[in-house]
Design a protein around this ligand. Sequence first.
Ligand code: L34
Length: 296
Amino acid sequence: MTARIIDGNAIAASVRADVAAEVATHIAAGGRRPHLSVVLVGDDPASHVYVRNKGRASEDAGMTSDTILLSASTSQEEVLDHVRRLNADPAVSGILVQMPLPPQIDPHAVMSKIDPRKDVDGLTPANLGLLVQGTPFHAPATPAGVVEILKREGIPTQGARVVVVGRSVLVGRPLALLLSNRGPHANATVTMAHTGTRDLAAVCREAEILISAAGAPGAITADMVRPGAVVIDVGTTRVADATRKSGHRLAGDVDFQAVREVAGAITPVPGGVGPMTIAMLLVNVMRAAKALEGRA
Ligand code: L34
């Protein structure tokens, strides 16, 4: 069996078109134009690419955006000053602090200061708490993107056995919660596997939907995949590649060539979950703008 390849770019384009229409309707009804402010600390080259793409995508959808670029030596207090200013600015609908942050900055300290209504990453304690409670407001963009792929591809999740590899606050934990909550595109039986999991291959083979968010190229090999399973690859790791003009390429967690011979459907890297992260961010910015204006 050769897997169907899920086109994340096409699904993201469709989500982005929906958001653009919603922005136009919102503005025609007298709403304020949604605005995304991104805080980027340091020189991580991949982060700069992702943040640039987030700004462009918000503008393509009819929103405005700005990026606050801070040096790698910026103090936590300086970052918090920016967060406080953006919280207080009525022109700002959404605030995003790109991860990873340099070591002198505690990501939890920064997240906890963002106004939950403007927290378009869904990473504040308030939004994570709502997710645990089963009543999410802003859900983190990458996990929301995975759920949207399953929804738009018509992949049933009711009662399905899902294995999520990875327990990060950005992806693994919120994704396990989203998929195990009650609801039409959820209600799955979710196992969260991680570096402490015994016999990871056997656990993964149980999955009808296998989602890898390990951030480790080659972590998922063909022997770990149940024949016909849906495989969602969240990993995006930059690896050196001398054959490329850029000197690098983006690698997922999944051994794509081998796994596509076993799986029923599979997301590629690039062109899978990555573009969905950006599309779902825009969905969150639109929700934030409406909530701030009392139009939600
Ligand atoms: N705060 N930090 C915060 N929120 C996030 O949602 C993120 N994430 C992750 C890293 N740090 C974050 C992202 O934005 C990962 N991530 C992300 C966003 C976009 C893409 C990949 C990861 C993406 O667009 N990937 C494209 C290729 C882009 C390229 O050319 O390098 C893809 O097709 O996969």
